[in-house]
Design a protein around this ligand. Structure first.
Ligand code: BG6
Length: 296
């Protein structure tokens, strides 16, 4: 693993710095007139994005671990190469537990783009035997763009689930409306994985854990308590997960404050279940999520 001093060669003076973050974990901090942002090398994890004129868009738990090998609670964990629990293996895969390499930081028209990479190693192969290369390109600007690029570097076909498990900060989840998924079929993980159909817009009134299937259009999180709306658009993602743990599940999670559930909500850009990504030798797939904020 590169030291902080070695990572400094990627810095852009006055714009992007490599610093010790929470728990002393290395992070890239971006500061431009358009936006500020933070991404940790641990997990390739975007932990903050604040476009000018708005409060922080992403939510982080006060109770999060800040320790290599433990997932960060909040921001944008990357789930790969599986989504959800797995016997004798970490939930949501290994990518969020590993330390990614910093490949480059570039100033571009849309903002500052940080590119991180993760390859298979002994740890990943002990859980999942496939050679792979993941690149995560994050552009911090007036919009936040996250592009997760997966390449099959092995000779056998590769099949993997993936998610940009985005936690949004909301004023009060009980007032939030989620638009863009009316009429869409979903799997209800809180009701024995029954398949249902969304009637109208989504409001959250209990524990909610749903995989919306074949989702293409943008999803909007309307947050009247913070007077803003967040629009999530995406490419090459066939599913959208909508998750809020509500009261009991929040209490059961050690890295989640008992009273934090009203202030967060997850809308996750993903390819999961039957929609996992299948790649032949040498093939590449890029899943992109783009976040934009506007005043309500
Ligand atoms: C969501 C899943 O994406 O992540 C939920 O749909 C899960 O079932 C949640 O509880 C949080 O997972 P974890 O492993 O970060 O606690």
């Amino acid at each position: 693993m590169a030291t902080l001093a070695e990572l400094q060669r990627h810095a852009i003076p006055g714009m992007a710095q490599i610093l010790p973050g929470r728990g002393n974990l290395p992070m890239v901090q971006v500061r431009t007139p358009a936006a500020t942002g933070v991404v940790y090398l641990d997990g390739g994890h975007v932990a903050a994005w604040k476009p000018a004129g708005f409060e922080d868009v992403l939510w982080l738990s006060e109770k999060s671990h800040w320790e290599t090998g433990k997932p960060i609670r909040g921001g944008v964990p990357i789930c790969f190469p599986w989504f959800g629990p797995r016997q004798n293996a970490p939930a949501h895969g290994i990518a969020r537990l590993q330390v990614w390499d910093l490949e480059s930081i570039r100033q571009e028209a849309a903002g500052v783009t940080v590119c991180l990479r993760l390859q298979d190693d002994d740890t990943s192969r002990s859980f999942w035997p496939h050679p792979f290369l993941l690149r995560h390109r994050i552009t911090f600007g007036t919009q936040l763009t996250m592009a997760l690029e997966l390449t099959n570097t092995g000779t056998a076909p590769l099949a993997a689930e993936e998610a940009l498990h985005t936690y949004f900060s909301v004023g009060d989840i009980r007032q939030v409306r989620i638009l863009g998924l009316a009429g869409v079929a979903y799997v209800d993980k809180t009701d024995d994985f029954r398949e249902k159909r969304q009637e109208g817009d989504i409001t959250i009134t209990a524990e909610t854990d749903r995989v919306y299937l074949n989702t293409v259009s943008a999803v909007t999180v309307e947050d009247p308590a913070q007077h803003r709306r967040i629009v999530i658009s995406k490419e090459n993602s066939r599913d959208t997960v909508v998750w809020n743990p509500w009261i009991a599940k929040a209490k059961a999670m050690p890295d989640f404050g008992d009273d934090e559930w009203p202030g967060m909500h997850c809308v996750e850009t993903c390819n999961v279940g039957a929609h996992l990504v299948t790649l032949a030798q040498g093939q590449t797939h890029v899943m992109t999520a783009r976040l934009a904020v506007a005043k309500l």
